[in-house]
Design a protein around this ligand. Structure first.
Ligand code: PLP
Length: 378
């Protein structure tokens, strides 16, 4: 069986974990966390600050706190996303206003955002699906015009760019995930990116350290630390950071491999798109994607179900997502869909993700491709 995903391992993870254990530095903000921060800040272009978190979910929770979301505020986002995107804001008492997506990228339709804005709207959360950028120029223009915060859910988008700028660095805050299904992993983990200057960064440090100024204390800037504001424990163990750092050091190798897989899928399945059997992903001009996933769109949900079971019978794992949030029980309770759901439900029912992971062999990719072709051509 070719699995749908295998968590990445590049070789040095054990060495770095051993080092952390032997040096007795396993709590948060240790040497490996610092190395990851430096690597990420450099990768993101040098003008953003980064803090590792325990997950992409808690990075979003920190962003919601940093946006000062209050009960009754509204936050605009797509319904086609992971539940954490919405839940982080719901926890603060926000109402979620879902907006339809674009059929080409499955990202929020930037032309449908403005009509969803009300006097209660506080923020827009842009999800860069499959590591392909949302139309950020339009989104930022709308946000500035209406004085809204912008959070980029860049959980899938490390190493992706929009017009030369790293995703996660364009809005006020960006959120990364290092879950085992993402390009680089630490088991469970993530990072919040702060693009709003040093004062806000210090606030983020307090929120992440149980509402204390412990970060300043550890830097020797103050001689004791105290409880200053609300917060929680959002910092991961340095053991997880050690695992992540091994991955970041091999980022280029991981990315090159994933990009090869993506291009092989794309080029080999193109003929099925030309003959109108399936639809392949679109990467708009100006967007540099990161080969986070490879998906295809089938004709309808029945065909998708048949394809998934055909692949399974032939030893190929595949997956679909998301059940649109506005139709989930919590989405009904905490949100509303603005306008008409023309694309979200119809397209989400057609989407299938093919195996994509670091180490996926060429033989296995060819087997996946052969099976997809067999399904459509026999
Ligand atoms: C993975 C993911 C998350 C959540 O990240 P975790 O690290 O699993 O908490 C949030 N949003 C999107 C779009 C994701 O893909």
């Amino acid at each position: 069986m070719i699995p749908f995903n295998i968590p990445p391992v590049t070789g040095n993870e054990i060495t770095y974990l051993k080092e952390a254990i032997e040096n007795k530095k396993i709590c948060g903000d240790g040497p490996f966390t610092k190395k990851c921060h430096a690597w990420l800040e450099n990768k993101l272009g040098g003008s953003s600050k980064v803090l590792l978190t325990t997950s992409g979910t808690t990075a979003l929770e920190m962003a919601a706190l940093l946006c000062n979301i209050q009960a009754g505020d509204e936050v605009i986002m797509p319904s086609f996303t992971f539940c954490s995107t919405a839940d982080a804001f719901v926890q603060r008492g926000a109402k979620i206003v879902f907006v339809d997506i674009r059929p080409d990228t499955m990202n929020i339709d930037e032309n449908k955002i403005e009509r969803a804005i009300t006097p209660k709207t506080k923020a827009i959360c842009a999800v860069h699906y499959a590591g392909v950028a949302c139309e950020m120029d339009t989104i930022m223009t709308i946000a500035r015009k209406h004085n809204l915060k912008v959070v980029e859910d860049a959980a899938q988008a490390i190493c992706s760019e929009y017009k030369g700028r790293a995703l996660g660095t364009i809005g006020d805050y960006g959120c990364l995930s290092f879950h085992e299904t993402k390009n680089f992993s630490m088991g469970e983990g993530g990072a919040v990116i702060i693009n709003t200057g040093n004062e806000d960064y210090e606030r983020a440090e307090v929120i992440r350290e149980k509402g204390t100024d412990r970060s300043k204390f550890l830097r020797g800037q103050i001689d004791k630390y105290t409880w200053r504001d609300y917060g929680s424990s959002y910092l991961p163990s340095d053991l997880n950071a050690a695992y992540l750092f091994a991955q970041l050091e091999q980022a280029e190798k991981i990315q090159m491999h994933r990009m090869n897989c993506w291009n092989t899928y794309y080029n080999s399945l193109k003929e099925l798109e030309v003959s109108k059997k399936i639809v392949l992903p679109t990467v708009p001009a100006g967007c540099l994607h990161n080969a986070h996933m490879f998906y295809i769109l089938t004709k309808n949900i029945e065909e998708r179900t048949e394809l998934i079971s055909f692949l399974k019978e032939n030893g190929v794992g595949s997956a679909f997502h998301y059940i649109p949030l506005h139709s989930a029980p919590a989405g009904i309770k905490f949100g509303r869909f603005d306008g008409k759901d023309e694309i979200t439900t119809a397209y989400s029912e057609r989407l299938v993700r093919l195996p994509m992971y670091y180490g996926l062999s060429d033989v296995d990719i060819q087997k996946v491709i052969k099976n997809v072709k067999d399904f459509y051509l026999k």
